[in-house]
Ligand binder design. Structure first.
Ligand code: BDP
Length: 605
């Protein structure tokens, strides 16, 4: 319950981005935020800290770090309600202002706001953030945590990622000082109810305000700034005619302008952009605005050189331009909610998004040996009885839906990536998670989890919970390596089995891919060569086109990305169809031809 920070006629947002002081917390030494951080190290915010120095101890650090800076508060703002807004702090933060603890947040990919009026003065103030990048069996993502002792007997923390991306950490998104009136708009929930035939919509708008007020005005404006609907109740239904729909790659955004009036004066005003569209999964199809949609696109990462997982808006813009040039229309926020700025950009650009929680690593042991793991998938494994992520999982579902509920670009909630849903206890774990997501989403979007290759048709225990089947499959890579003929046969057989078992559920791939070293070539279709990646995607495309209920292909991955160390990874995961610096591999050229010839709608039926 927190609005995206923007300045308005009644609100002032001041950026605290820039150069902060920084230090690692050394084993056995707790910093005292009452005194200034004594350090000569600096870090840019927002960004991961890992790749900003040439110090291995910083890059590989597991444990606590400190960020600190001074900031100025103009005297004219001190009569207002002041908060510090963190777009994210990865993974757990304790925030101090002028030495006083003002709040704590756990979970590295969702925003939080902390009130600071009681501890600040006009002029210079100091904010210190103690940050932990530790992950264990209670956190999302899931990490394998262990401790050793150094030569002085102090505890040294170790985290082994139970997932395939580098555990980048830091103040990853914007940090802002937000000044609002004391009577302020808390939250806006927008849920349009559209009649597609008549091109009319009832837009349900619910506004919550922190305090009493005399009057509320709600205006809906179209893209030309014309008022097309009005209301004067915090809970209103505004009817619109000649509705412009938000369409994939044809975005149209209305503005909901809210004004709160007290004693004849405007006390707060805020404008929330929104789109009008419908989404529905039924009869083996995925419908957007009533028409069968075909997903073309990617699983991505927030991952760039130097910034790591820190927000990088130039890359966001470039990535969406590359995506559109490819003829793609969508991506998944694998494996955590992306920045709110990216969601707003996708709203504007008409990019269709599958929004995913950071629930990744919910499996006994993350391992690339899928064929070995398939053979040994033990049904009696106590994994789901031992894992302790329930609380974190509910929290991220709440925080993700609360932040992203109004975004037209979001068409599916992904509750988890590749959990061990082939094991006993998974249904009991996931049923309440799906129930919670469905209860919290005002727009009742379809929900899914992303299914791992070990959990084939008939083996999976949780498919009943999903509205659309989202499969990650690596036929021709982790199994049938280098043998695309057998891969095609096995993949087709599996897809047909799913379609037969769940004829009403649309099916899509949310991952399929092959590691490819840019510039490596082979006349013999060798794995890792650019030729193999092209042929791998050709094989997949031929199979997809044979399956009626197959409604989308999101490949793995948009770009090469950084991972933890491991003998299966050379400077990271190389399944990108672009390199980490976004140069195309041969597959990008082939796929762009395929996707540019596939329409967004009515491809299958
Ligand atoms: C899947 C994961 C993804 C990995 C990918 C891979 O969902 O995070 O990066 O496979 O192995 O297991 O490349």
């Amino acid at each position: 319950m927190m609005l995206f920070p923007t300045s308005t006629a009644t609100r002032t947002v001041t950026s605290l981005n820039g150069i902060w002081n920084f230090d690692l917390q050394q084993p056995g030494r707790e910093n005292n935020p009452q005194t200034k951080l004594s350090t000569d190290k600096v870090m840019a915010v927002p960004a991961s800290f890992n790749d900003q120095t040439v110090d291995e101890d910083i890059r590989e650090h597991s444990g606590y770090v400190w960020y600190e800076r001074e900031f100025e508060i103009p005297a004219i703002l001190t009569d207002q309600r002041l908060t510090l807004h963190f777009g994210s702090a990865t993974h757990e933060a304790w925030v101090y202002v002028n030495g006083d603890l003002i709040g704590h947040h756990k979970g590295g990919f969702t925003p939080f706001d902390l009130p600071i009026n009681d501890v600040v003065e006009a002029g210079t103030n100091r904010v210190s953030v103690k940050l932990s990048n530790l992950l264990d069996q209670t956190t999302l993502p899931v990490g394998n945590y262990s401790e050793t002792k150094d030569e002085n007997g102090n505890i040294v923390h170790h985290v082994d990622e139970n997932f395939d991306f580098f555990n980048y950490a830091g103040l990853h998104r914007n940090v802002e000082l937000v000044a609002t009136p004391w009577t302020y708009i808390n939250d806006i929930i927008i849920n349009p109810d559209v009649n597609l035939d008549e091109e009319i919509a009832d837009v349900n708008i619910a506004v919550s305000v922190s305090d009493d007020y005399d009057e509320i005005k709600i205006k809906i404006k179209d893209e030309d700034g014309q008022t097309v609907g009005e209301a004067s109740d915090a809970d209103s239904v505004i009817s619109l005619s000649n509705v412009h729909l938000w369409q994939p790659l044809g975005a149209y955004l209305y503005d909901a302008e809210i004004t709160i009036i007290k004693d004849g004066n405007t006390v707060d005003t805020y404008t929330e952009p929104f789109g009008i569209r419908t989404v529905e999964a039924k009869d083996g199809q995925f419908l957007i605005n009533g028409k069968p949609f075909y997903f073309k696109g990617f699983g991505k990462h927030e991952d760039t050189y130097v910034n790591g997982k820190g927000i990088n808006e130039a890359y966001n813009v470039l990535d969406l331009n590359l995506l559109k040039q490819m003829g793609a229309n969508s991506f998944r926020t694998s494996h955590y909610p992306y920045s709110e700025e990216m969601m707003r950009l996708c709203d504007r650009e008409g990019i269709v998004v599958i929004d995913e929680t950071p629930a990744v690593g919910l499996m006994p042991a993350f391992n690339f040996d899928i064929s070995g793991a398939m053979a040994s998938a033990d049904k009696k494994n106590p994994f789901w009885h031992d894992i302790d992520t329930q609380e974190a999982h509910k929290q991220v579902i709440e925080e993700m839906i609360s932040r992203d509920k109004n975004h037209a670009c979001v068409v599916i909630w992904s509750i988890a990536n590749e959990p061990a849903t082939f094991l006993d206890g998974s249904y009991e774990y996931f049923a309440p998670m799906f129930e919670l997501a469905r209860k919290l989403d005002p727009q009742k979007r379809p929900c899914t989890f992303v299914n791992i290759m070990l959990s084939t048709a008939g083996k999976d225990r949780c498919t009943d919970l999903v509205d659309i089947l989202a499969l990650n499959r690596y036929y021709g890579w982790y199994i049938n390596t280098g043998d695309l003929k057998t891969a095609a046969k096995d993949q087709e057989a599996e897809l047909r089995a799913w379609q037969e078992l769940y004829p009403d559920k649309p099916i899509m791939f949310t991952e399929f891919g092959a590691d490819t070293v840019a510039g490596m070539h082979s006349a013999y279709n060798e794995p890792f060569s650019e030729e193999y990646q092209v042929n791998y995607y050709k094989m997949n495309a031929e199979v997809f086109d044979k399956i009626d209920n197959f409604v989308g292909e999101q490949l793995w991955n948009f770009a090469d990305f950084q991972t933890k160390f491991g003998i299966q990874r050379v400077q990271g995961n190389k399944k990108g169809i672009f390199t980490r610096s976004r140069e195309p591999k041969a597959a990008a050229i082939w796929l762009s031809q395929r996707w540019n010839s596939i329409p967004n709608f009515n491809y299958k039926k």
